[in-house]
Design a protein around this ligand. Structure first.
Ligand code: DGJ
Length: 771
């Protein structure tokens, strides 16, 4: 909650629409906004006069610059005291010059509407896509929002919160826009708070998080789409006049077809190192809508927030609705710099333990699926130890008795150990794992239920379904009603019981495999609350559970999984240490999938497992999994002698450089989309050590992918570096000459040829400073 004293004062004056003008002038020293008259003494001297004239004078123009190290978003009031966006881009050396930017633009706003509004209300002057649309308590549909006040609070040297309060002059209805900035990382998170004191509830039809405006002329959108096992497929297009929408209506697992992440290039398509580009993402794990509307001036309006589809939300008097955050960064040096901004920010400020370490693991999902018992699992512990990983992760299939979880058609919801498979219980497995020298983690999917389960039999009222219609399933299951506090308690209880009984549990994989069909809540119905709140209250309920869990178990690593990447967003990720990008673990597919996630999420959060999904050599599969958080999902006992030796060495090698992958700076060097191989480098902050991953991405006959050297990035031109190949398969020789020393200048200007070809399908280079 961020309420400044200015807002409180003004609320008392709300009956006098012009009064804010007076107060603003008086209060402005505490405000970061830039004003035309900015001498405090002058303002104080003028105060009595201003009070006298305030009821007839025009509002004083306010300019509010929201700045980070390199960028600025500038808001300004117009002659009618409406707040608009007058600038977005590289920040000016002299912030005083922002005030004059608007005069450089000739938009015929009187006739065409106000396109650059900072939070466009519906029902009055606006003719374009609104950011907010409401039905007042008296049934009226009109909304106007005028500037009231703004303030800035400093959280620490790097973090500031600018809040701007807007109010309807006719109805007691107010919106506060929040802009949280992380200075060094050039990241802004924007959201709004909506509140009213009308006599009865107001229904909000639309309530966006952010409304931005860009005054370029050409815009190129990079969006991502896919489905199960085909996540994060990029598509690029130039935006044309009208509205382009990215959205989701899936309820739970909302990101499955289209995640709420995008890159927006200005004027021309940005490359890794060139061009103006914004990376944006909505921190919300439910239905979302992001509209890009190119207006008559060829300027672009961006409105991002919860999807208004079937989601009218009733707001009681004095209740505050806080929208999710829209997170973005901007760079004039291409997508590489922009994504490093997001990585730095996410590690430092968003992910759980983003600056910490991660556990390497052996998962049993692809190794056993549902077919295991406790002896089998205990035998796999030895494999984990033999491999050298930190943890064993027991996946789906360990629970339910009346309807045993022997496949995905039964048992979900009944979170008691299956007595046949695990007669000695989870506690025994935790102890046995510990004896074998590895930690133990477990899979849960607590938001879901199979109709064939005791939970469904006992609590059909907890299940999202249309009582009068046939049920419709996604992976044979239904979604529990997280808008219901009892269900929230149940979901929390599933985890709490596991931890209480097994305090040594060291890892949770939280899965979510279904979308919401027949979106109907018996809880909302019983409590006479509108069904249209369900999509929003589901996500709020989920976050409540996760908050409770994190309050009680702050340190346990948790993987965010949703049948692959069906729920990867910074709303959920604030509770998780890492995420599962896709069930598709085919190593070649993963080169592309991991490449695209890397624009938005740091490698420390990306779980990559070596599996038998594809037949590429073990070295290739392992090298690909190393560009993130390494795990395995194989039967270690079935590895041949050399494969086992390689895998063991790979885990040891990974531990020597994982710190750079997790915390270093990523430069994508060669794109697999345009070349026959992919190349990426992670460099530590001191520029003294780097790891270069090279993966062949075209396996056609007689291919020589590496004709030219690859120019490395992020090194120190003046330093000397030893380049060597690491993670070689036993008995093979590196094609690279040993012990070569180059200057950073050479490596970044001429480059280095890693020799990726059909015989060397993946090459990992270690680059070490020589002092
Ligand atoms: C989907 C996940 O993505 C898989 O890794 C696995 O945990 C299965 N669910 C288990 O049902």
């Amino acid at each position: 909650m961020f309420i400044n004293s200015g807002q409180r004062t003004l609320r008392n004056m709300n009956d006098y629409p012009m009064c804010p003008i007076v107060l603003l002038q008086y209060k402005s020293p505490a405000i970061a906004g830039i004003q035309h008259h900015n001498s405090k003494a002058a303002r104080l001297m003028l105060l009595p006069y201003l009070i006298l004239i305030s009821f007839s004078a025009a509002a004083q123009q306010q300019t509010i610059a929201v700045e980070t190290k390199d960028n600025a978003l500038v808001l300004q009031t117009d002659k009618d005291n409406r707040l608009g966006i007058i600038y977005f881009g590289k920040k000016l050396l002299n912030s005083g010059e922002y005030t004059g930017i608007a005069q450089q633009f000739r938009r015929d706003d009187d006739n065409k509407g106000i396109d650059n509004n900072a939070y466009t209300p519906a029902g009055t002057w606006n003719l374009l896509e609104p950011a907010i649309q409401v039905t007042h308590a008296d049934g009226n549909h009109s909304l106007e929002l005028k500037y009231v006040t703004s303030s800035v609070t400093k959280t620490d040297d790097n973090t500031k919160l600018t809040s701007v309060s807007l109010k309807d002059p006719v109805y007691p209805f107010e919106v506060t826009l929040f802009f949280k900035t992380w200075y060094d990382e050039n990241v802004i998170e924007q959201w709004s708070e909506i509140k009213h004191t009308e006599k009865h509830s107001v229904v909000m039809q639309k309530y966006a998080s952010a409304n931005l405006y860009f005054t370029n002329t050409k815009y190129f959108l990079t969006q991502f789409h896919g489905g199960w096992a085909t996540e994060m497929r990029p598509e690029e297009s130039e935006l044309t006049a009208g509205i382009k929408t990215l959205d989701s209506k899936l309820g739970a697992r909302a990101d499955l077809f289209q995640p709420p992440t995008f890159a927006l290039s200005f004027n021309h398509l940005a490359t890794e190192d060139e061009g103006a580009v914004m990376l944006g993402t909505l921190a919300w794990s439910g239905n979302y809508k992001i509209d890009f509307e190119k207006d008559v001036y060829d300027h672009l309006r961006l409105i991002a927030g919860i999807n208004p589809y079937a989601s009218a939300y009733t707001l009681r008097p004095n209740q505050t609705f806080t929208t999710p955050g829209f997170i973005y960064t901007y760079s004039e040096n291409g997508k590489g710099a922009a994504s490093r901004n997001l990585h730095n920010w996410a590690r430092k400020y968003r992910l759980q333990d983003g600056e910490g370490k991660r556990l390497t693991l052996l998962n049993n999902w692809e190794a056993t699926y549902f077919a295991f018992d406790e002896n089998k699992i205990v035998s796999l512990f030895k494999g984990a130890k033999n491999l050298g990983v930190d943890l064993f992760l027991l996946d789906d299939g360990w629970f339910a008795n009346k309807y045993p979880r022997n496949d995905d058609r039964a048992g979900l919801g009944d979170w008691q150990e299956n007595k046949k498979k695990l007669p000695s219980g989870i506690g025994y497995l935790v102890k046995e794992a510990s004896k074998a020298g590895v930690k133990f983690g477990i899979w849960v999917e607590p938001e879901m239920v199979n109709p064939k389960s005791e939970l469904y039999e006992r609590h059909i009222d907890w299940v999202l379904r249309e009582p009068a219609r046939p049920e419709h399933y996604y992976r044979n299951q239904l979604v529990l009603d997280l808008s219901n506090p009892d269900v929230q308690n149940f979901v929390f209880g599933v985890l709490d019981t596991l931890f209480t009984k097994n305090p040594e549990l060291a890892f949770i994989k939280w899965d979510c495999n279904a979308v919401i069909f027949n979106a109907h809540s018996m809880y909302l119905e019983k409590n006479k609350m509108p069904q249209s709140q369900l999509y929003v209250d589901y996500v709020k309920g989920l976050y409540k559970v996760l908050q409770r869990l994190r309050a009680k178990y702050p340190a346990v690593p948790m993987m965010l999984c949703s049948g692959g990447g069906g729920r990867v967003d910074y709303g959920a990720l604030q509770y998780f240490t890492e995420f599962w990008p896709s069930d598709n673990t085919d190593a070649l597919e993963r080169v592309f999938i991991q490449w695209d996630y890397s624009y938005f999420y740091p490698a420390i959060a990306t779980c990559n497992h070596v599996t038998d999904w594809s037949r590429y050599p073990l070295k290739y599969r392992t090298d690909v999994a190393m560009m993130g958080k390494l795990g395995f999902d194989i039967v270690v006992d079935q590895l041949g002698e050399n494969d086992l030796r390689f895998a063991q060495q790979a885990v040891t090698n990974y531990k020597t450089f994982s710190d750079i992958v997790w915390h270093g700076n990523l430069y994508r060097l060669v794109s697999p989309y345009k070349n026959d191989f992919a190349s990426l480098i992670y460099v530590d902050d001191a520029k003294s050590k780097a790891i270069v991953f090279n993966y062949l991405s075209n396996f056609r006959y007689d291919l020589n992918a590496s004709v030219e050297p690859v120019k490395l990035k992020g090194l120190d031109a003046k330093k000397q570096y030893l380049v060597k190949e690491i993670n070689l398969y036993p008995g093979t020789q590196s094609a690279i000459q040993a012990n070569q020393i180059f200057s950073g200048d050479y490596l970044m200007t001429v480059g280095f040829n890693a020799g990726v070809d059909l015989r060397h399908t993946s090459v990992i280079l270690e680059v070490d400073e020589v002092k």
